[in-house]
Design a protein around this ligand. Structure first.
Ligand code: AMP
Length: 417
């Protein structure tokens, strides 16, 4: 598990801020969920045959011997919370969450044992407009982050109930004669989770799958109609997608629609987000039958992608660096720094600490990336003013009141510096 500091933390924060802003604009509300749930929530909700539950979960006993797990994803906990709080009776919910997820996977670029996801769920809407709106919102997030051109959407209809059961039977009947030729993972899945074999990346398994029965042929009329409606909506909105008949996802709770966003910009771990409809989950977890759909994106991967495809301005932590003529001016310098912060909301004002002469302090100011140094010394204090020095522009230093200094900084900021 990694630490993220300074520029890396700032990058992730920016991604999260954009996700939140877009979700709010779509009328979603935040839900904060515990990082720890009962293990059973995940084994029941996600499915015991899935990799996430059988291989990747951090599960442990608490002091009383209750089985708990660090959450590997957000949907199951979100559904549990809505059931417990009675949020699903005769009402719809649009919720977003953000935070760390835990999976015991082999770490590599873009795959971490603790990673951050941003997700959104719509409860109580059966129609394809919910699926379409989630896709529209995700696309809006990519645009807000400047990576819309670097991601692709794939969708698929995976049926539910009887259609899925009939398909799985046909798939297993087709694959069983090839059992010994399947790759090891797929062989194990033949009994535990045959649907997942469809997205095997192993070439020999893919060749066997070429002649396999087609999931689309097993969908009933309503399921076809629902997928058709979703496609019509996406077309009407001008959102491009590819139907990938092999797309299935690593969770048992998905029904009807699954979606995945991928990129070529960050290496092997190419999925930046995914989701779908899970109409059976609420009932499975003890609630009343409630249609639902959602998505989650991996913010660490999104941050990597953003770094790869956009020309971000270099990371800086400070806008104004406050230097003082002498150590005895600390109280006035602190007061001036705070006065400036109050007058220019969002301005990052950092007070020099640790003493040293003016030239050493200016070197620090320069290294901090600040655009300005604000100087507090004898002359300034005597006249209740500060000196404002432009560090990146050839402009004369100003001897100004805090109000005037704040106005100059605000003007420079609105001019886009
Ligand atoms: P999933 O719930 O598996 O579909 O995950 C949702 C998103 O989270 C994926 O599309 C990835 O972008 C991201 N993600 C999943 N697992 C990891 C991981 N181990 N490290 C980083 N990001 C991940």
């Amino acid at each position: 598990m990694r630490d993220l500091a300074a520029a890396d933390a700032a990058e992730l924060r920016q991604v999260e801020d954009q996700c939140m802003a877009v979700a709010r604009a779509f009328g979603f509300e935040e839900i904060r969920l515990p990082l720890v749930e009962s293990e059973e929530l995940f084994s029941r909700g996600i499915g015991v045959g899935t990799d996430i539950v059988s291989k990747e979960m951090y599960a442990f006993d608490d002091r009383r011997g209750k089985r708990l797990a660090l959450r590997p994803e957000g949907t199951a906990g979100c559904a549990r919370a809505c059931i417990e709080r009675g949020l699903l009776h005769n009402q719809t919910q649009r919720l977003w969450y953000s935070g760390p997820m835990f999976r015991y996977e082999r770490p590599q670029q873009g795959r971490y044992r603790q990673h951050d996801q941003f997700g959104a769920e719509i409860f109580g809407v059966a129609g394809a407009e919910a699926d379409a709106e989630l896709i529209q919102m995700t696309a809006a997030i990519w645009e807000a982050l400047g990576i819309g051109h670097a991601v692709r959407l794939e969708i698929n209809a995976i049926g539910s109930g009887a259609s899925r059961a009939a398909y799985l039977e046909a798939l297993v009947a087709y694959l069983s004669p090839y059992e010994s030729e399947l790759d090891g993972d797929s062989r194990a899945r033949l009994r535990m989770n045959p649907l997942r074999i469809l997205d095997s990346k192993v070439a020999s398994t893919q060749r066997i799958l070429e002649e396999a029965p087609n999931l689309a042929d097993y969908l009933d009329a309503t399921e076809r109609e629902q997928f058709h409606s979703l496609r019509e909506l996406l077309d009407a909105l001008g959102l491009s997608y590819r139907v990938n008949p092999r797309l299935v996802r690593g969770f048992d709770y998905y029904t009807h629609t699954v979606v995945e966003w991928t990129t070529e910009g960050i290496g092997a771990q190419d999925a930046v987000g995914g989701g779908g409809r899970y109409d059976g989950l609420i009932e499975l977890l003890g609630g009343r039958p409630t249609p639902a759909a959602g998505f989650a994106m991996g913010m660490d991967r999104v941050a990597l992608l953003r770094q790869a495809v956009t020309e971000g301005s270099p990371y800086r932590s400070t806008d104004v660096y406050v230097v003082m003529q002498d150590g005895k001016h600390v109280p006035e310098a602190m007061a001036a720094a705070q006065a400036l912060r109050v007058r220019v909301p969002g301005l990052r004002v950092r007070l020099h600490a640790g003493g040293g002469g003016l030239s050493a302090q200016f070197r620090r100011a320069d290294r901090s990336g600040a655009d300005w140094a604000m100087i507090v010394g004898e002359a300034e204090i005597a006249e209740n003013r500060v000196s404002l020095k432009w560090l990146r522009e050839d402009r004369p230093q100003a001897f100004a009141s805090i109000e005037e200094a704040a106005a100059m900084i605000r003007d420079a900021q609105t001019d886009g510096r």
